[in-house]
Design a protein around this ligand. Structure first.
Ligand code: PXP
Length: 253
């Protein structure tokens, strides 16, 4: 399973004082040395954290992949075409929100999303759609020819007890459904060291994008250790799921 490290909140801290540090570029390079499989950045319309220059600087310096999260707007489409990231993840965006609330409504914006997918794909950029774990949205993502979806794990992360189990079940079902339609399935939002394991155990999920918790934890552990710890938690969860599956197969033979 791949880990995408979202470095937005390094820029949040930098911008809080208008300084040139901490540097998102430095964070991206350090994240790679700690085992990040890709770097994720969200260039928001209001530029509240990542700025245009950050995206170009990171794209030119990293040796893994750049996943650029962006809203469904012409301005962002043009930005993506000039940056040429490896992946673009289209997300819904509202100015007043603290973070990305809910998934993209693909069903309601099919024509425009299909056009974006086609334009970006022709430019050699792989497109992912950030959607809720909802069968209709997944079906719509398939119909607009998106090769990848990212399932929004925010509701799972915020829930507790039985409700969290229900949210996990929704994500498992959604990932299985999308996988049957040959969509690549990623997931992210609100994941941290305490809640990542059940999501990492879902074998049909290919990649997790994690930001806020990693940057927050780096205050106490340092960024390198914070990423290493997350990679290890993901690896252990994945390993235990694989062992459980193997035992189940052996026991039924
Ligand atoms: N995936 C997507 C599409 C996002 O928009 C975000 C937040 O920018 C994340 C993952 C990471 O969420 P978090 O910062 O809560 O880990």
């Amino acid at each position: 399973m791949f880990l995408g490290v979202n470095i937005d909140h390094v820029a949040t801290l930098r911008n809080a004082r208008g300084t040139i540090y901490p540097s998102p570029l430095e964070a991206a390079l350090l994240a790679e040395t700690a085992g990040a499989d890709l770097i994720t950045m969200h260039l928001r319309e209001d530029r509240r954290h990542i700025k245009d220059d950050d995206v170009f600087a990171v794209k030119n310096a990293i040796s893994t992949r750049l996943n650029l999260e962006m809203a469904l707007t012409e301005e962002m489409l043009n930005n993506a075409l000039s940056v040429k990231p490896d992946d673009v993840c289209i997300v819904p965006e509202k100015r007043q929100e603290i973070t990305t609330e809910g998934g993209l409504d693909v069903c309601a914006n099919k024509a425009m999303i299909a056009e974006f997918v086609q334009t970006l794909t022709s430019a050699g950029i792989r497109v992912s759609l950030f959607i809720d774990p909802d069968f209709e949205q997944i079906q719509a993502a398939y119909e607009v020819n998106a090769p990848v979806i990212e399932l929004h794990t925010g509701a799972y992360a915020d829930a507790r007890g039985e409700q969290q189990k229900d949210e996990l079940h929704r994500i498992e079902q959604a990932a299985a459904f999308a996988n049957q339609s040959s969509l690549i399935v990623n997931a992210g939002h609100g994941l941290n060291i305490h809640n990542v394991a059940p999501i990492a155990r879902i074998g049909t999920i290919r990649e997790l994008n994690i930001g806020h918790a990693l940057i927050a934890q780096s205050i106490f552990l340092g960024l390198h250790k914070s990423i290493e710890q997350m990679k290890d938690a993901i690896f252990q969860a994945r390993l235990s799921a694989t062992c459980a599956n193997t035992n189940q197969i052996l026991n039924t033979q």
